[in-house]
Design a protein around this ligand. Sequence first.
Ligand SMILES: Nc1ncnc2c1ncn2[C@@H]1O[C@H](COP(=O)(O)OP(=O)(O)OP(=O)(O)O)[C@@H](O)[C@H]1O
Length: 629
Amino acid sequence: MTIAAIASNVAVDDPVDEEIAGYLDIAAPRSFFLFAGAGSGKTRSLAKALNHIRERHGRALALRGQRVGVITYTNAACDEINRRVEFHPLFYVSTIHSFAWELIRGFHNDIREWLRDDLTKDIEQLKQEEAKGRQGTKASIARQSRIASKTKRLDRLDTIRSFAYNPSGENGEPNSLNHSEVIAICSTFIAEKPLMRWILTGRFPFLLIDESQDTNKHLIDALFVVAKEHEGRFGLGLIGDVMQRIYADGKERIEAELPPSWGKPSKKLNHRCPKRVVRLINKVRQPVDTHLQEARSDALDGHVRMFIRPTVATGQQETEDAIRLQMAKLTEDEQWQDRDACKILTLEHHMAARRLGFDTLFAPLYEIDGWRTGLLDGTLPSVRFFTQVILPLVNAQQSGDKFTVAHIMRSESPLLAPQALKNAQDPVQQLRQTQSAVDALMQLWDDGEPTCEVVLRCVGEHNLFELPDALQPVWELLKCGNDDSSVADAEDPVAPEIAALLAAMKAPFREIDLYRRYVSGEASFDTHQGVKGLEFERVMVIINDAEARGFMFGYGKLLGEKAPTASDIKNKQEGRDSSIDRTRRLFYVTCSRAEKSLAVVVYAENPAVVKKHVVDSGWFHEEEIDAEY
Ligand SMILES: Nc1ncnc2c1ncn2[C@@H]1O[C@H](COP(=O)(O)OP(=O)(O)OP(=O)(O)O)[C@@H](O)[C@H]1O
């Protein structure tokens, strides 16, 4: 054996996978919680565990008509697990919502009664609030509208024979359940109905949950009940890292509630990060628990740097570009110069939107609560119309791609709809009219770049495409020139959605493509939360409380700039989560994405205080900090 082989630690966690295999025994399954930090190869351990079940117990399970349930966080994660188990039908791999629906579908009467109870309680609560509140306020109007819609739903319940749910869709039909209802119903049924627990364990004698720290706490609590009641015939495997819990509905302090009978395997190695990053994330984690990691013995040393800059109102983009050049020099990695070769993590989407230059379009739409999800996954119909119909046409036309232009026009334009061509007295004339509509659109670029509003007006005037419902009123307003929401009658303002769209339409058309690239993951930017589970060679973490809007996370306290509030101190004393804890975990997640080098950029009110704090905490050495005062 060579010295290198003796010193190598890369196989140090192999016994953990064997330990897990021991728990996955069909004759005596045992529940377990796998403690494993960032980059420790949780996906690989999960895939190994599944393949072990298939080899050892696949036949027996198949004969009994049983499957192995696997819950992961995203559809992409489901695809990855399925790929690693070669899409074997023994495994039912799904997201939490699909899994919950799979269990409750068919229990229509029970679902109806659950909804009746839930709606009645909600209405009662709203009525009490309304009785206490003031009439005529916006809050009162909103409450009354919620009471009316919930009452309508309650009144219709008895006419609904079967309920429906679409995990990836809008769920707008009267019989459809929304995402949180599906989770709540499933958790309640499991917790309260013994039959449901028998059904669950009968169908899935093993249930493995990845990212369990962020799995809905009510569901985890319900599954704890199942694991206890069916001990010896059902094995629940929770895989996760408590330090990476970043969503509010995950279960706090799950590790403290694990029953003594559960297995508690723990992985030590970080396969992803260079040695210096592992030392940093260990220091960040140290005050929280004892699960510290080792880097692989063959890992790079890597680089970490903190750049502290005074808080400024503008010019962050230039500052961050200059920092990338500094990183390129000190890491001798030229790719830092190329923004697209780096992952730049902002705390919130609007910070990325501002840096990438699609803020005019994005900011007003993001204000509308019900639109956020659609805006972020690119499915919001009003914006989708621009990204999926108008932009491809403009791009194809600009690059002379006649085939694509013809394809888009044939499939999307009412001018070339079969009926329009059939009704046209002269089809050749109809084709000419279509061409002149496209020409009119493209001429908008002759005098520089048009705004989305100008483009929309042109599309509407020439009937180039059918407008989605949401844009129809905007087009009507644009047509009559009444497009300035700021001068709208204060007594009768336009609906917030329309005002948001009118504001967004002021964006230059180029913002459409910048937005599209961001939401499709092609851009160099992402948010701190959005990169959970991912890894990148060069990571830049941007910390700027002055730009952040949410209240969930705040770096000032974590970095010593602000004192903890009375409620932070109370939370700590009572063992509850505080914003410092949440922010620490978020920081751990972001830093642990780096495969080669990491730059942390902090905009601080008081750079000297931040510098002293991170040096005193042992996170960075003085020479790793570049502070400007
Ligand atoms: N035993 C191993 N040997 C070599 N490389 C490994 C091993 N296990 C995992 N890796 C690699 O390490 C990286 C991290 O693995 P993975 O993404 O599964 O970690 P994770 O535990 O899910 O991390 P996180 O919780 O931080 O997202 C991946 O690039 C993976 O291919």
